[in-house]
Design a binder for this molecule. Structure first.
Ligand code: EPZ
Length: 422
């Protein structure tokens, strides 16, 4: 296992390129199941979660080439519809194969994903919506056994809660159904929007893209020739590096970003006193004279993203005053707090509310990553903590951050990836 050794950074400088979004690549890869030919997806980040989903599709019979962030995948050769526990347990987003497999093969056996560090992560809303499309679902020995006698039937689906992968699963299933499907209270994340745009460009009649109500006229069982696509920039990776610039009071530039996808998270950094300039698809962060404390609540897009909560919490520990975070999406997304407190942060938790004292002097030590975004927060803390911080269990980081130590080194950070025990 690897760990990251990070020395306190005086200041960062220079620019880096943001990678393609993991959470847009995953549904686009699952979408290839609906295609009657090979699909080309460019700007795919080379991270573990992508390789996990590709391994799953290969197990089902697909073939692919993935090199230099360009993926060519041919899922027309899939011959199995069983996604087994050993692979699904490592990545919840495997559940994105359920909708497409049902649409194309009329049956699927997919392991229940189980929970993860940040919460129970149920998929009841996915299953309820698939039943509305005519799917019979049995839960047996930890597996979802799903089937439909003929084509899925279009229906009106109202999601009780906004679910990103739930929306994506149903959008893909409905694309090959008979008739019209309306999805009400659907997710509006940019990653959902890109999936819909690719389907529209591939000839599927889909409207309401980017809103909380989608209408999809399915192909009635006809497979779809999925067009080439280029994955949108990763807005959460971008925010993580903006926080790195902010916490070290540096001026750094991020290339290949989509500014509109970052509006709510950047506006919170502006509230904390930071400035920003934009040039086409790049942005530069400028130091704050004084880092101001703020209050924020995580909500679905376009609100402040839960995936950015751990990162801004570390920055808040350096603000001149007390900040508050209300985590509304996941029941256990404060796993990073205990590790931050070991670095010297003063954070108090009460239910879904975190109170973060400012002006904290962090002191480097050994810390342990617990989930993807929590681990990026520990790296940010290592930039400002005195001495050296060693972040262990960084397999969590490798799930969603491409070449993190290479990008931080380019920004003048003294960071090394080392082997445990050596
Ligand atoms: C997606 O997860 C993202 N993952 C997550 O990013 C992100 O944190 C999350 O959306 C929220 O934005 C991918 O896109 C691959 P949800 P997802 O279904 O779809 C509840 C990362 O860091 N819910 O939108 O699994 C659920 O428990 C990852 O890259 C149900 O109750 O999240 C949660 O409280 C972590 N029943 C809320 O809805 C369901 O059937 C939002 O979950 C589904 C969800």
């Amino acid at each position: 296992m690897d760990y990251l050794k990070i020395n306190q950074a005086s200041s960062l400088k220079g620019s880096i390129q943001i990678s393609g979004a993991k959470n847009s690549s995953l549904p686009l890869i699952a979408l290839s199941i609906l295609s009657n030919s090979s699909v080309k997806i460019s700007n795919v980040p080379n991270v573990v979660d992508i390789k996990t989903l590709l391994r799953l599709l290969e197990m089902l019979g697909a073939s692919y080439e993935f090199d230099n962030n360009i993926l060519n995948i041919d899922s027309s050769t899939i011959h199995s519809t069983k996604a087994t526990y050993d692979i699904v347990k490592t990545m919840r987003a495997s559940v994105l194969t359920l909708g497409p497999l049902l649409a194309r093969f009329k049956k699927a056996i997919v392991s229940l994903p189980g929970g993860c560090a940040i919460g129970e992560r149920p998929i009841d809303l996915h299953l309820k919506a698939l039943k509305a499309l005519g799917v019979d679902i049995d839960l047996k020995a930890g597996y979802i056994e799903a089937s439909v006698k003929s084509n899925l039937k279009g229906a009106t689906i109202i999601f009780d809660k906004i679910t990103v992968t739930g929306t994506e699963n149903i959008v893909m299933a409905a694309s090959m159904a008979d008739g019209k499907t309306r999805i009400i209270n659907c997710a509006r994340e940019p990653e959902v929007e890109q999936l819909c745009q690719v389907l529209k460009k591939s000839g599927v009649d889909i409207s309401g893209i980017g809103t909380s109500e989608l209408s999809i006229y399915g192909t009635g069982g006809e497979s779809i020739s999925i067009c080439d696509s280029e994955v949108i920039p990763d807005r959460i990776e971008a925010f993580t590096y903006l926080c790195a610039g902010a916490i070290t009071n540096s001026e750094i530039t991020l290339d290949k970003i989509s500014p509109t996808h970052l509006s709510s998270s950047v506006s919170k950094l502006e509230e904390m006193g930071f400035g920003f300039t934009y040039l086409k698809d790049a942005m530069t962060i400028h130091p704050a004279k004084r880092i101001l404390p703020i209050e924020l609540t995580t909500t679905e897009y376009p609100g402040f993203p839960t995936d950015a909560q751990a990162q801004i919490m570390v920055l808040m520990s350096q603000a001149d005053g007390t900040s508050i975070i209300e985590e509304k999406l996941f029941e256990n997304r404060f796993m990073h707090v205990s590790e931050l407190k070991r670095l010297g942060a003063n954070i108090h938790l009460k239910g879904s509310t975190a109170t973060i004292e400012g002006n904290q002097k962090l002191i480097g030590t050994d810390v342990m990553a617990t989930d993807l975004r929590a681990s990026s927060a520990l790296v940010l803390a290592g930039l400002v903590a005195s001495g050296t911080t060693n972040v262990h269990r960084i397999y969590h980081l490798d799930r969603g951050y491409e070449n993190l130590e290479g990008k931080f080194s380019k920004l003048n950070v003294n960071i090394e990836r080392l082997k445990e025990g050596l």
